[in-house]
Design a binder for this molecule. Structure first.
Ligand code: NA7
Length: 544
């Protein structure tokens, strides 16, 4: 392990892992500091039953190594957490990444030492690390949000969070289990909990728009075709808004493993009459609602789709009162990240599952043996929080980052994150963020976004060296102009509709500034802007 590396990287998820490989290739020394016990980031922590990726694995995989692409077999089209974590471990072994990684090391302060010109990082255990460059590869969804419910400490049963699920199996057989939250994590874990538990009680605050996930096993011929065409597939990813190639395997003879929500069609839902809409849903399923482009921009089209979605819930759920509770009514499709499920609505047809609508009967307090709402007490042995994350900014805030003159990032970002290209902040020289706010990040295939960012950062550090410079940080104008542009492109989309409250907007965390954080203008446009900076000697930055 290098004592004073060129670059310190915080986080050993897919970003930190690739950073080790890439920076080594560039001749830089690197050390990764990771809070968890091993590699994998999101996939290390989110071990709850049913945890699964919403991007097909042939696309949600590294593109930097043709050998890796050739040797790794994906068992399913959309992979489970276990398979993705196995892949992360394979990559770590294959490229000997752990040699430059230190685990069980939570960084609690990241300070710029102006006089010595280094970043000084301190771990929870008091260990100190220094380097001229620091890369925060801390993930977009890595700080679990646990709401402070009255009486939370009084509950004597087992408490779990989907984002911090135990490594050892949790036996829920015969147990009375309660779960709070029906976002992606809740929707994935609820059917699994229902299968295991004696009784499951779902505490829902906001009904979710969820569509059936692709359950296909990987076909050997499809995987082979990807392997043969990977170079052009990776190029297609670079030209796609969301970093997904949309490549159609089997020589185009059958539909691609599509990502629901990819807006391939040009036909609007308003171009169809009621009969045609019903026919297309009957033929292709409710997920077809996601393919109409006007659903995302035109409130009238959006409401037509929302109404059809509610019809689908009414059909899927036997008990009319439960179905009513499960129908989203206060916000539209396209506001939040699309949720995919396996048997979510069917689960509410089971006799051993109860749905509690927290809008009608809010939680008043937790008790030693359950949850008390405004109209009943629910006896529980286990309470699961599926209550999401302090997204995009949470991990950076928790790391207590301070730049020049001791300025806290928390102060700079009091009214919402301001960063240039989601890569750097003024006042924090030589500190980089991977997939930071203002970059496509979570709106893009994360593996594509990560590789692009790490490559950009590596090239930037090498350029500084080659031009005998030691510092880089954005110009104030670049930062404010980019923040305004990020806002501008998000306006007029369903993402920022007044009815929309999502983690993209920070709206899931009480007191957090409401601001749309990821860049919605598309990965290619964003990438080209980054490439222009590199090609023209970083004109949007101050260097010296
Ligand atoms: P999400 O999508 O933020 O969902 C969190 C859920 O928890 C959502 O249903 C929330 O309801 C609910 N929640 C949060 N706080 C409370 C309180 N205080 N009381 C009741 N219910 C609450 O997180 P996920 O982990 O499911 O998914 C995050 C991302 O991870 C996902 O988009 C994928 O990209 C992977 P609310 O809607 O706020 O009323």
């Amino acid at each position: 392990m290098n004592d004073r590396p060129d670059v310190l990287v915080v986080g050993a998820g897919f970003a930190g892992m690739y950073a080790v490989h890439r920076f080594r290739e560039l001749g830089l020394t690197v050390r990764v500091l990771e809070a968890g016990g091993d590699v994998g980031g999101t996939w290390y922590w989110n071990r709850y039953p049913g945890s699964r990726c919403d991007v097909p694995s042939l696309e949600y995989s590294y593109g930097f190594s043709p050998e890796l692409e050739r040797e790794w077999d994906w068992p399913e089209v959309f992979s489970s957490q276990e398979d993705i974590l196995a892949y992360a471990n394979h990559v770590a072994d294959r490229f000997d990444l752990r040699r430059d990684m230190q685990f069980d090391t939570r960084i609690v302060s990241v300070n710029y030492q102006e006089d010595e010109d280094v970043w000084r990082l301190t771990s929870e255990a008091g260990e100190v690390f220094e380097a001229p460059f620091c890369v925060m590869a801390t993930g977009c969804l890595s700080v679990p949000n646990t709401p402070r419910l009255p009486g939370a400490d009084a509950f004597d049963g087992l408490v779990l969070h989907t984002g911090l699920w135990p490594h050892e199996p949790v036996d829920l057989t015969g147990k009375r289990v309660g779960i709070i939250g029906t976002g992606s994590s809740g929707v994935q874990v609820i059917p699994e909990l229902a299968r295991q538990a004696g009784h499951l009680c779902v505490f829902q605050r906001t009904p979710v728009y969820t569509v059936p996930a692709n359950r296909k096993a990987m076909r050997a011929d499809v995987q082979q075709e990807f392997r043969e065409n990977y170079r052009s597939i990776r190029e297609m990813q670079q030209r796609n808004m969301g970093g997904v190639s949309g490549y159609r395997p089997l020589r185009g003879a059958r539909a691609a493993p599509s990502v629901p929500g990819e807006r391939a069609s040009r036909t609007g839902i308003l171009d169809l009459d009621a009969e045609q809409r019903r026919a297309i849903i009957a033929e292709r399923g409710v997920e077809t609602l996601l393919n109409f482009p006007d659903v995302y921009t035109d409130p009238e089209a959006n409401e037509v789709a929302n109404a059809l979605y509610r019809d689908a819930v009414r059909e899927a759920v036997r008990d009319p009162e439960t179905a009513q509770k499960l129908m989203p009514k206060d916000y539209g499709l396209g506001c939040k990240r699309q949720v995919l499920d396996r048997d979510f609505f069917e689960t509410f047809n089971r006799d051993d599952v109860t749905l509690v609508d927290l809008r009608r009967t809010p939680i008043e307090t937790l008790t030693s043996d359950g949850v008390m709402t405004s109209d009943a007490h629910y006896d529980l042995d286990v309470l699961v929080y599926a209550t999401g994350f302090d997204a995009m900014t949470g991990a950076l805030m928790r790391a207590n980052v301070r730049g020049r003159n001791g300025q806290a990032l928390a102060d700079k970002w009091r009214y919402g994150p301001v960063a240039y290209l989601g890569l750097q902040m003024r006042g924090f020289p030589n500190l980089f963020t991977v997939t930071g706010p203002g970059s496509p990040s979570v709106l893009c295939n994360m593996l594509v976004a990560i590789e692009q960012h790490v490559n950009w950062i590596g090239d930037c550090i090498i350029w500084l060296r080659e031009t005998s410079r030691t510092h880089i940080e954005p110009l104030a104008d670049s930062e404010t102009e980019w923040a305004a542009h990020v806002n501008e492109v998000a306006e007029g989309t369903m993402y920022t509709a007044p009815s929309c409250n999502s983690w993209y907007l920070g709206a899931n965390i009480p007191g957090k500034a409401r601001l749309f954080m990821p860049y919605v203008g598309g990965y290619p446009r964003y990438r080209e802007r980054c490439e222009r900076e590199t090609a023209s000697g970083y004109p949007g930055f101050e260097t010296g």
